[in-house]
Design a protein around this ligand. Structure first.
Ligand SMILES: Cc1ncc(COP(=O)(O)O)c(C=O)c1O
Length: 390
């Protein structure tokens, strides 16, 4: 029988968080009380100054097509922000604005990776990386992130994995789902291994760069010689509680930026005009609200880590960034996917299996602490009662 779908669709993955959210909503419709610790989005409202900038832009007529790579005002604000925060010199021509940060992952892999190329990526890691690499017929090469290394990369492991076929190295720090942060040493080892290689790029996903609890964020783009080898991805969703606005960006070499903008022309034409003006305000206006978000996440981190460690059979490391915990549940001897399903069905807490982020996530769950302390405490009580029955 003739196929309707292209073969490559068989290799496309997904983001399980959206599926678990749908299951949890269906249970709520049946009258069940569910605590949502599955979805990765801040529960705060977008700061008012940002909303007002969008309304102002709407009224001022930012309701038409704008340049594919982004409105100059926003590209300039992003270039200034990245230059200052990463200690590099970013030009507005090196910036591409997209509807959310996610399209940058899609476009970068689409633009740079050929079938058969090797792409290194964190595992457990944001599932879209592996999905896109498989979709394009390239070879995903996992960089395992292990609990014993605080979920940073094992330098010995990566050294042997960079081969002649390596085309792209994907990094994510702070990391989803583990909350781990890459060490300076990790970044230096990678930079050193690809020194002199013009055929290798790094895609560094830094969407959680501002949600960091100890120390300062470090980008591989800041290391000597690395800026031109790096696609630096960042966005507004997490820092400014703007997930629904769909606004993200990346900085890269100007010639590459032009090609990524060409992919924008072929897919989206441009990113929504008035949200871009709100994005410029987000970067240039007061950062007080964004700072308060991080302080609140920090308080919740203590509550969820303590709560999980008090539950017999669960151990949980303190995440250094982002708003996720990745507790070890190996002692129960149940597959993570099954355990996550049971916790949703029986305990009424929506959590994700570690394997939603790759095979190295077996034995772990991911819980988002982008929920109130009251709900986190309630969730801990429910999980604690549930595991007593195991
Ligand atoms: C590591 C990582 N990268 C990218 C994204 C996508 O962000 P956006 O909402 O800006 O598309 C997410 C969202 O969950 C993420 O966790």
């Amino acid at each position: 029988m003739a196929r309707l779908l292209a073969q490559r669709m068989d290799n496309l993955g997904t983001e399980t968080a959206f599926e678990v959210l749908a299951k949890a909503k269906a249970l709520e419709k049946q009258g069940r009380s569910i605590i949502h610790l599955e979805i990765g989005e801040p529960d705060f409202d977008t700061p008012n100054n940002i909303k007002e900038a969008a309304v102002k832009a709407l009224k001022a007529g930012y309701t038409h097509y704008v340049p594919a790579a982004g409105i100059p005002e926003l590209r300039t604000a992003i270039a200034e922000y990245l230059s200052k925060s990463r200690g590099i010199n970013v030009d507005p021509d090196e910036v591409v604005v997209t509807p959310g940060a996610k399209p940058i992952i899609f476009y970068s892999i689409l633009a740079c990776v050929e079938p058969g190329d090797e792409v290194m990526y964190p595992n457990p890691g944001f599932p879209i990386y592996e999905s896109m690499v498989n979709f394009l017929g390239a070879k995903p090469v996992p960089m395992p992130l292990k609990e014993e290394n605080d979920f940073a990369i094992d330098n010995d492991d990566i050294a042997g994995k960079i081969t002649k076929k390596t085309k792209l190295i994907i990094l994510n720090s702070p990391e989803n789902p583990t909350g781990g942060v890459l060490t300076k040493d990790n970044l230096e080892v990678i930079a050193d291994r690809i020194k002199g290689r013009d055929d290798v790029l790094v895609l560094t996903d830094e969407v959680y760069s501002q949600i960091i609890y100890e120390g300062k964020h470090q980008s591989i783009a800041s290391l000597p010689g690395m800026k031109d080898k790096t696609i630096l991805l960042d966005g507004f969703s997490k820092t400014y509680a703007m997930t629904g606005w769909r606004l993200g960006y990346a900085a890269m070499r100007k010639d590459l930026a032009q090609r990524i903008a060409q992919l924008m022309i072929n897919s989206n034409s441009c990113t929504c005009a008035f949200t871009q003006m709100a994005g410029a305000e987000a970067l240039r206006g007061s950062q007080d609200e964004a700072r308060k978000f991080v302080e609140e996440f920090k308080r919740r981190r203590e509550v969820i880590v303590d709560g999980l460690n008090k539950i017999t059979g669960i151990t949980c490391k303190k995440p250094r960034g982002a708003f996720y915990v990745f507790p070890n549940v190996k002692s129960f001897g149940i597959q993570s996917k099954k355990l996550a399903d049971q916790i949703l069905q029986d305990a009424g807490v929506a959590v994700l299996s570690g394997t939603a982020f790759g095979s190295y996530g077996e034995g772990y769950l991911r819980l988002s602490f982008a929920n109130s302390i009251e709900n986190i405490n309630k969730a801990m009580e429910r999980i604690s009662e549930f595991v007593k029955k195991l």
